[in-house]
Design a protein around this ligand. Structure first.
Ligand SMILES: [Zn+2]
Length: 445
């Protein structure tokens, strides 16, 4: 294959400020992700096979979903693992189940300061530029961007969106002020990966979901223009959607409003792909924080309506199933599950601090450690398991354990030995959770 740097040609006549132009050749050499893909985070890297079994079950049901094992730098730091461990887990699961389809290992939420450690073993990169949003770009850069958008000023009509967007210089300058620096940074990170990987064999995602303010569909359109100007062959984009995406629990917000925004985003992407010659499989990525069950049917309805792909990223849902599986297993394993809860309860402040924006725990609704100590396997599992409407289900306890994986990490081999000893039960919980509660709600299975 032709070296990537030869493909990244600087077109000096280009009126826009971008150094690199999108070249058809890069697109055709890129690893292309399938229409449907599912991000399966796994904190302790023991559930790869169980996770893959769930996706194979979907495949047997006629829906091909590409597995993507995602892990962020933060998770690696908390559990003292390395990016190569995620690759090993994925490869092992694939081998064990003789899986023949495509799969990816996602360097989740990376930036310029930590991407290097992921380059060798990842083939999916989630470039996180949220921290650069709102940093002003130079006046020349803003002017060049505004000039490159001249064709879209006035009444911007996006096919199938009923209302036109009114676009003028003020709006373009505001959008440039918010996002130009961030996408410039994304370009730097993308080029770092491309140059160091020396092949186009990877998938690029741009994420800006970990912010407070959602990006509107019209903002998304111009963000895509910036991504195209940078020559980034993005295949997935993760905007911040309206509503709260708390960790491990259901969506909190206006489902109808989410659906409207999600549908417009899909139509914006469709139009941007054609207008800006972006990769034709570019799709939305929903960083779900896991378990956004009430919006899954809307996602399914809209992607079916327009025949579009989707990437849904989960993370802690598998870790929670490990704790449920331990509880169900009883004996020492149940004791360990109770101990994780008791310790999380006493270290609540410390554990919740890094996740303050993405959890809502009502401390007065958390059971005491003494009460939990008396619980049966069934009571513990039903309280933690995410079955909306189940009388025992407690989202407060669930969120606390969600952020409590550091405790399991500190337990070291005591914890991982219990995972091994109770592999069958835990694996069953992991598989059932992904297939029955996630994939069946998302796809027509
Ligand atoms: Zn995210």
């Amino acid at each position: 294959m032709q070296p990537l740097e030869e493909l990244l040609v600087w077109d000096k006549k280009d009126p826009s400020w971008s150094q690199y132009r999108i070249k058809e050749k890069i697109f055709t050499q890129m690893k292309k992700i399938g229409k449907y893909s599912f991000g399966i985070g796994d904190r302790f890297a023991h559930q790869g096979s169980a996770q893959l079994r769930a996706l194979l079950k979907a495949q047997n049901g006629g829906i091909e979903v590409t597995p993507v094992w995602n892990k962020s730098n933060r998770e690696h730091m908390y559990v003292h693992s390395k990016p190569a461990d995620t690759r090993a887990e994925a490869d092992q699961a694939v081998k064990e189940l003789a899986y023949k389809g495509d799969y990816c290992v996602d360097a989740d939420h990376i930036n310029l300061s930590n991407v290097e450690g992921f380059v060798a073993t990842s083939d999916f990169f989630t470039i996180d530029v949220a921290s650069k949003i709102g940093i002003a770009a130079s006046a020349e850069a803003v002017d060049a961007f505004v000039a490159s958008c001249a064709a879209y000023t006035g009444e911007l009509k996006i096919p199938a969106i009923a209302h036109p967007f009114h676009v003028d210089e003020t709006l373009l300058k505001t959008i440039a002020g918010k996002f130009l620096t961030a996408i410039d940074e994304a370009g730097k990170i993308y080029r770092f990966i491309a140059e160091n990987k020396k092949s186009g064999d990877f998938v690029t995602e741009i994420s800006m979901d970990e912010v407070e303010t959602p990006q509107s569909p019209v903002e998304l359109f111009f963000i895509l223009k910036m991504i195209a100007n940078q020559g980034i062959p993005a295949q997935t984009i993760a905007p911040k959607f309206t509503g709260r995406f708390n960790k491990g629990v259901d969506y909190v917000g206006d489902v109808a409003m989410f659906a409207k925004e999600f549908e417009e985003d899909i139509l914006v992407i469709d139009y941007a792909v054609k207008e800006f010659q972006m990769m034709d499989n570019l799709k939305l990525s929903v960083h779900s924080g896991s378990d956004k069950f009430s919006i899954y049917p809307e996602i399914q309805r809209i992607i079916t309506k327009y025949d579009k792909g989707i990437h849904v990223k989960t993370a802690g849902t598998t870790w929670l199933e490990e704790v449920i599986g331990l509880a169900v297993s009883g004996g020492e394993a149940l004791k360990a599950a109770k101990s994780i809860y008791a310790q999380a309860l006493s270290r609540q402040e410390e554990l919740c601090a890094p996740y303050a924006d993405v959890i809502d725990i009502h401390a007065d609704q958390l059971p005491t450690a003494e009460a939990v100590a008396e619980w049966s396997s069934e009571k513990f599992a039903n309280t933690l398991r995410h079955i909306p409407g189940h009388p025992d289900y407690n989202p407060n306890l669930r969120q606390l354990i969600h952020v409590g994986y550091k405790i399991a990490s500190e337990m070291g081999t005591y914890y991982t030995d219990l995972l091994k000893a109770n592999k069958a039960v835990i694996g069953q919980c992991v598989e059932e959770n992904l297939y029955d509660r996630h994939l069946k709600r998302l796809f027509t299975l």
